[in-house]
Design a protein around this ligand. Structure first.
Ligand code: FMN
Length: 159
C-alpha cells in the first residue's frame, strides 16, 4: 500500500513535520511512504496511494494560500475514495492551526476523501497533528503516533 505526504513549506518547519511522519510510517510493514513538496510532486505516486496526508503552515489563522491553491488547482490528482489527513505547523499556541486543519479537511471532503484525525485516544490529535514551529519532544511524539494511527487505519481499510 502506498501513502503520500504532500506539503507546503517555506522555512522548513512543515517539511520537518513531513519527515517525522515518513520516519514513523517507514517503521511499519506493508506501506511505501513518500513525502513531497507541492512544488515537486510525484503525481503517479499520489494517484497510486490509498492515503494522503496534507501538510501546511498556518498563514493568518488558516492554511497557507499556496496549499489552498495547490488543492484548488490539482483537479487531475486522483483523491476520491482515499483516506486523508492533515498536519499543520504554526508559531503560536492558538495561532489558527485548528482552523487551518478544518479548512484543509473541507477541501479533502469536497474531493471525495475520507478524513481521519487520529482522534483523542492514546494522544489527542483532535483534527490532526499540530506542531509549534518544528515541534518540541511532546509535539513530535504526538505527530509520530498520529502518523502510525493514520497508516494503521489506512491498512485496515485498504490492505
Ligand atoms: C505570511 C505568514 C503568516 C503567518 N501566520 C501565522 C498565524 O496566523 N499564526 C501562527 O501561529 N503562525 C503564523 N505564521 C508562522 C508559520 O505558520 C510558521 O512559522 C510555520 O511553521 C512555517 O512553516 P514552514 O517553515 O514550513 O514554512 C505565519 C507565517 C507567515 C510567513
Amino acid at each position: 500500500m502506498k501513502l503520500s505526504i504532500v506539503y507546503h513549506s517555506e522555512s522548513g518547519n512543515t517539511e520537518k513535520a513531513a519527515e517525522i511522519i515518513v520516519n514513523a510510517i517507514e517503521q511499519m510493514d506493508g506501506i511505501e511512504v513518500k513525502a513531497m513538496n507541492i512544488n515537486n510532486i510525484d503525481e503517479n505516486f499520489i494517484n497510486e496511494s490509498e492515503a494522503v496526508i496534507f501538510g501546511s503552515p498556518t498563514y493568518c489563522g488558516t492554511c497557507s494560500w499556496q496549499m489552498k491553491k495547490f488543492l484548488d488547482t490539482s483537479g487531475t490528482l486522483k483523491l476520491d475514495g482515499k483516506l486523508g489527513g492533515v498536519v499543520i505547523t504554526e508559531n503560536f499556541i492558538g495561532g489558527g492551526a485548528d482552523f487551518a486543519e478544518i479548512t484543509l479537511m473541507g477541501c479533502l471532503l469536497v474531493r471525495g476523501m475520507m478524513v481521519y484525525s487520529g482522534g483523542v485516544k492514546q494522544v489527542p490529535t483532535h483534527f490532526g497533528a499540530v506542531l509549534i514551529k518544528d515541534g518540541d519532544e511532546y509535539q513530535i511524539n504526538k505527530t509520530k503516533i498520529f502518523a502510525q494511527k493514520f497508516a494503521k487505519r489506512a491498512l485496515e481499510l485498504f490492505n
